[in-house]
Write a protein that binds this ligand. Sequence first.
Ligand SMILES: [Zn+2]
Length: 286
Amino acid sequence: MAKPQAKAIPRRYATRLAVSRASVACVLAIVCILCVALTNGCATTRRIAVLPDGYSVVRDQLVIYSDFDLPRHHRLLDELAAQRGDVAQRLGLPTSDEPIYVYLFDSPEQYRDFVGRHFPDFPERRAVFVETDTRLAVYAHWSDRVAEDLRHEVAHGYLHAVVPHLPLWLDEGLAEYFEPPRHLVGLNQPHVDRLLADHEKHRWSPDMTRLERMVTGGEMTQRDYAEAWAWVHFLLETTPERRELLRQHLAELREGSATRALSDVLYEREPKAGEALVAHLETLRG
Ligand SMILES: [Zn+2]
């Protein structure tokens, strides 16, 4: 059974926070010390959470391990498997066969214990996506919001499998786009309502270049996530020309030939793209 390598060092944490190699190395050292202490008979009654491995399901790229029986054709798994084609079709990208390992803990306590010990610098989240030099992995726990959590994190997996070096804001904007249930086709109504409310109070106006300057997840606020989603939705769901612009940028990122920021290309074509974005949000008002 495949499990994360103990020495795997995340090169990218695509949820909300960048992780330095040094900090992870420190964590690994601490974990090793703990292991030594335990093997030397360190008395403890606390059960240390380990990766779920009781049950496993393979669905195309997804290799899902859980602490509980998850039917192979569970509705959620069907949706996550279908997302692979959605990402490729919507973004004009190829699919990949690179496995995305999904570890589903039965309880939030076990999940928090595991993530807290292995990735202590990560902020507390219900789910995380971790890309290492050797694998793509999602860690999550079962809850009434597990579907949205997994749609977001697994989307990161599908994207990272085919597009290296995605800018942080675009990575998150795309994951937010694929987070809502499939029948909503990327619409995130709470993001729409929040952005419009802030715009009306003169607290926010769109600025893709500001998002492009962000390099760590810790810099991104919830409103930044909402704006990142809004730009992606604007590009994908308004005109064929805008959709092609995003697809072309992703293709260039994939090939390593991107020389210009997406905002450069967009604002050159549409100097008033920010106003057009707000107008688009108005059409989505709930
Ligand atoms: Zn994310």
